[in-house]
Ligand binder design. Structure first.
Ligand code: ATR
Length: 277
């Protein structure tokens, strides 16, 4: 039986073991997948012995995505861009390979599950942390019209823009400058919330006029009930107000496909997790 696990801290709440067990059943794969909490400092030793003892693959979540990036001997282009890794596996020579499936999970959820075309769209992105870095590593390939990143700490957004400069131009704004541009009639087609403000039950102050007609609002976070950003988007009459559950399942499907060479059907898993199956 092939062994897989997700490493994080905390990780007991993770839905990944459930998602991967459903994928395994659906595609007849003999595999186990568990959630393993690790202390800071134990990551490298654990990963090396996991693979040395025949482990087949790992997912990595907060706070170890940068550690996973550092331990990988080879990296996919999107993991290099994100500077973070959420999926580890061995190549034929036994080298540890790192990939980042978060961004492609987001893009697949937006395009395939929600039927939104990204080509030519004006994107507004809230936040400039690790979650946004992963998202941008896939969004930059999508031929959107413009990408604007707004962050409380503007310098972080500027650093991000510099790092992605070889791929695409990213405009950076403070929340004050965003308000100013909203007052002058600036509108967006897609707004993605990648701030961790929902954890404090908040969301950044945003002017509802930023939403153009047909605007889609997407929160990278998800929760059992609507996140503050999803609540706000619904109040503003967004055409679509989506949380990150679909992204979670799609990033898992992408990792599963890398490991097992077969892509599971995600729709029933998303429905099951939403309690709609
Ligand atoms: P993650 O890995 O989840 O992206 P992170 O790297 O700590 O976490 O990034 C958190 C992001 O949420 C940052 O962009 C942060 O803004 P700052 O860079 O200015 O700190 C943003 N954030 C957190 N709380 C926020 C709040 N209450 N309002 C606006 N932005 C917030």
């Amino acid at each position: 039986m092939s062994k897989y696990a997700v490493l994080g801290n905390p990780v007991s709440h993770s839905k990944s073991p459930l998602i991967h067990s459903v994928f395994a059943k659906q595609t007849n794969q003999e595999m186990s997948y568990t959630a393993i909490p690790l202390e800071e400092g134990d990551f490298d030793g654990f990963v090396k012995s996991f693979f040395a003892e025949g482990g087949a693959g790992l997912n990595v979540t907060v706070p170890f995505k940068e550690n996973a990036f550092a331990i990988a001997a080879s990296l996919s282009p999107r993991a290099q861009l994100a500077k973070a890794v959420n999926t580890l596996f061995l190549d034929d020579q036994g080298n540890i390979c790192g990939d980042n499936t978060d961004g492609i999970g987001l893009v697949t959820d937006i395009k395939q599950n929600n039927g939104i075309d990204l080509i030519g769209q004006r994107l507004l992105i809230l936040g400039a942390g690790g979650a946004i870095r992963g998202a941008l590593a896939a969004l930059v390939y999508e031929q959107v019209a413009t990408i604007t990143v707004v962050n409380r700490t503007l310098a972080k957004a500027e650093t991000l823009a510099d790092e992605f400069a070889s791929m695409t131009e990213i405009e950076t704004l403070s929340y004050e400058a965003l308000q100013d541009t909203a007052n002058h009639g600036r509108r967006f087609d897609i707004i993605i919330n990648g701030t961790s403000s929902s954890l404090q039950g908040e969301m950044p102050q945003l002017d509802g006029s930023l939403l153009d007609s047909g605007c889609c609002c997407y929160d990278l976070m998800y929760a059992a009930s609507d996140t503050p950003f999803v609540q706000w988007a619904k109040q503003q009459g967004a055409a679509l107000s989506i949380d990150g559950l679909g992204m979670l399942v799609e990033q898992a499907a992408e990792a599963f496909a890398l490991w097992r060479g077969v892509r599971p059907n995600t729709a029933p898993v998303i429905a099951e997790l939403r309690g709609q199956a």
